[in-house]
Design a protein around this ligand. Sequence first.
Ligand SMILES: NC(=O)C1=CN([C@@H]2O[C@H](COP(=O)(O)OP(=O)(O)OC[C@H]3O[C@@H](n4cnc5c(N)ncnc54)[C@H](OP(=O)(O)O)[C@@H]3O)[C@@H](O)[C@H]2O)[C@@H](O)CC1
Ligand SMILES: [K+]
Length: 499
Amino acid sequence: MEILTSAEMGRTDRRAIAKGPYDGYGLMRNAGASVVDEILARFAEVHGVDVLCGPGNNGGDGYVVARLLHERGLDVRVFASAPPRQGSDAALAARDCSVRPEPLSVFRATRERLVVDALFGAGLSKEIGGPEAEAIGSTQAAGCPVVAVDLPSGVSGDSGAILGAAFSATLTVTFFRAKPGHFLYPGRERCGAIVVADIGIAPTVIEGAGIKLWENGPHVWRSDFPSPSSQMHKYTRGHVAVFSGGASATGAARLSARAVARIGAGAVTMLSPSSALLVNAAHLTSIMLQRADTLADVETFVANRRPAAALLGPGFGVGETARLFALFLLGRRKGDLKGVVLDADAITSFAEEPRSLLERMVDGEMPELVLTPHAAEFERLFPDIAADRSLSKVERARAAALQASAVVLLKGADTVVAAPDGRAVINANGTPYLATAGSGDVLAGIIAGLIAQSMPVFEAAAAATWLHAEAGRLFGPGLIAEDLPELLPEVLSGLLGAS
Ligand SMILES: NC(=O)C1=CN([C@@H]2O[C@H](COP(=O)(O)OP(=O)(O)OC[C@H]3O[C@@H](n4cnc5c(N)ncnc54)[C@H](OP(=O)(O)O)[C@@H]3O)[C@@H](O)[C@H]2O)[C@@H](O)CC1
Ligand SMILES: [K+]
C-alpha cells in the first residue's frame, strides 16, 4: 500500500472530487460513515459518545459521525473548538447535524463515554494549546476509549512528531491510504489500531502521481525475490564475502555469515585476520574461511574468487583498515561485485572523513552501496541531515541516500529504507524483541545474501528488513540474535509458499 503525505492526500482528494462521483461533502459523508461502522463494530457496549470537532474538515467528519450515531439512538454530545468556515464542507456537515455543539472549553471526559477526536487531521499546522490541550489532558486522565478521525490530533501526519500534545487513540480510522505519521514514531504509538477505510476514491486516482513511499511488505519486492532454479550451482546462487573482526570480536560476522547462508546465497567466505583464524575455524562448518590481513589479501581474494556481494562492518573495528577495504570494494566494477553492505563499525569508520565515502566516484558500472545505520551511526555520517529537525525520518533517509548515492536503511522500531531515486518504505512488522545484540548483524547478512542472488539493492534491503522482523515475531519472547537465521527457513516457506 502506498503511504501519502498530507499534500499528496490533499491533491488526491481534489482529483477524486474532479473525477466524481463524490463531491467534497460526499467524501466527508463516506469518511464519517466509515468511522461510525468501526465504532459500532468495536465498541458495541458504549452508549455515550463525545465528539470533539475542530474548525476544519476533520471537524466536518466529526459532525457526520455525531449525526449518524445520534440517528442510531446513541447519547451523543458535540464539543466544538470553533465553528467551521462558512461555505466549507464542514459547515454543511455541521448544518446537517442536529446535535447542538457546546464549547470545547466545557468538555470533561468521563470513563464511560467514548471520545471521538475530530479536532485536527491533515491540517494540523502548529502546536496544540488552550482548550484543545485541556481536552487531550482530560481524556488521558479519564482513561476512556478514543477513536481518532484520520489522525490523533496533535500527531503530524507527515512526520509522526507530536506538536505540543496529542491524543493516545484506541483506534484511528484514516481514509484511502495511511500517512507517514501512522507508521513513524512517536505518532505510531498514539494511533492504537489503524483502519484504512475506503471512502469511494478509486485507486487509479493516484496513478501517475509519483507516489514513492510504501508500507514495507512483499508487494514491494516479491517479484524481485530470488527463486533458485535447478540449473543453478552454488556460485551462481551467489557468493558473499563477510569480513570478520579480530580474535575477540568474531561473533558478529559469524551471525552475518549464517544469515547470508540461510537466506539462500550459494556460498559464504569469511575473510578473517590471522589473529582470528583459529577462533573462526573452530566455529565454522559450511562457511569457508580465508585469511585477509591486508588490502593485498583482499585484492587477491576478490580477483580470484569474485564474490557477488561483500559485507563489512559487524564487529570489524573502527579505523583505517575498514575505510581502506570499503573504498577498495566500492571501486570494483559491478560485473565483478554487485553490491557492498557497510554496517556498524564500517559506517562509524567514515565519521571523521565522510567525504571519502560520500563523494566517492560513482557511476552505473560500480557496485551498489547499502548503508545500514542506527540513529547514532546515522548522526555520525550525516550530521547536517540528522540536525535538521524539520525532516521526517523518511526525508532524512531519502536525503542521506541521495547524498551517499546509496540505499540507506535507517534502523529503529520504524525502520525506513530509502533509495537515491526517492523510493522509500517504512517497515511496520517489527517487534521490540529485535532490539537485541547481534540482531543488526543478521539483518546486514540477509541483505548481502539477497544482493548476491541478484536482487536489486533497494528491494533487497526492504525484503531483508521485513523478513528479519517476521523472524523476530515468529520467535517472540526470549529471542536472541542466534535464533534469527534459524527462523528464516520458516519465514521463507511462508513467503514463497504463499505466492
Ligand atoms: N475533501 C477532503 O479533502 C476530505 C477531507 N477529509 C478530512 O479533512 C481533514 C483535513 O481537513 P483540513 O484540511 O480542513 O484540516 P483540519 O485537520 O481539519 O484542520 C485545519 C484547521 O485547523 C486549524 N489548526 C491547525 N492546527 C491547529 C492548532 N494546533 N491549533 C488550533 N488550530 C489549528 C487550521 O488553522 P490554520 O492553519 O488555517 O490557521 C484550520 O482551521 C482530513 O484530516 C480528513 O479528516 C475527509 O472528510 C475526506 C474528504
Ligand atoms: K483527529
